[in-house]
Design a protein around this ligand. Structure first.
Ligand SMILES: Nc1ncnc2c1ncn2[C@@H]1O[C@H](COP(=O)(O)OP(=O)(O)O)[C@@H](O)[C@H]1O
Ligand SMILES: [Mg+2]
Length: 172
């Protein structure tokens, strides 16, 4: 696989809401290994763009391709592809009723059919890389903003995505 493989291609993407049109003819392509930042004032469509990519919003027009396969034509496809396009939300969206470990292992167990022991081992390894192994049994309310963010990143990494979308990736 070449290092310059195009993973994501966006063509003529548009999104209209009832009273705004944040995305108008947006085009871009993202190659494996590239890091791309989208910068702009509040309310200009950055989150909407990311949400269209993994289909949390339905685009009004245009096409999105993941490794050459169109993902805008058939909503069913995105369920499978969403596992390859991870997202770290602006507010992190950790499950408040689950501890850190459960937050991380639930999706790999449900969607990737990892057994609990393997999912846990992998989660603990990832937690070690962000120096939060000691928080595995804590609940999200017991963490600082920066710690929640690192857990949200680990939760995404545990699914082994090919692309990660970060919405406002700063520590709050
Ligand atoms: N679900 C929605 N329904 C209606 N309008 C929305 C919705 N989501 C976002 N918008 C509008 O789209 C515009 C872009 O919002 P957003 O993508 O959140 O901007 P940013 O992330 O750059 O701050 C804003 O005018 C916002 O009010
Ligand atoms: Mg935003």
């Amino acid at each position: 696989m070449s290092s310059s493989e195009i993973l994501l291609e966006v063509r003529h993407l548009s999104k209209k809401f009832a009273d705004s049109e944040p995305l108008k003819d947006v085009n871009c392509s993202v190659r494996r290994g590239e890091v791309i930042s989208i910068i702009g004032p509040s309310g200009t469509g950055k989150s909407t763009f990311l949400r269209c990519i993994n289909r949390l919003e339905k685009p009004s027009g245009g096409q999105i391709f993941f490794r050459g396969e169109e993902i805008t034509d058939e909503p069913g496809k995105i369920r499978r592809l969403r596992q390859k396009i991870g997202m770290v939300f602006q507010s992190f969206n950790l499950f408040s009723n689950m501890n850190v470990l459960e937050n991380i292992i639930t999706a790999p167990m449900l969607l990737k059919k990892f057994n609990r022991a393997d999912a846990t081992e992998k989660a603990m390894r990832l937690l070690e890389t962000v120096e939060l192994k000691q928080k595995a049994a804590n609940y999200p309310d017991e963490l600082s903003g920066g710690q929640k963010q690192r857990i949200a990143i680990v939760r995404t990494l545990a699914m082994e995505p090919e692309i990660i979308l970060f919405d406002e990736p700063h520590t709050r």
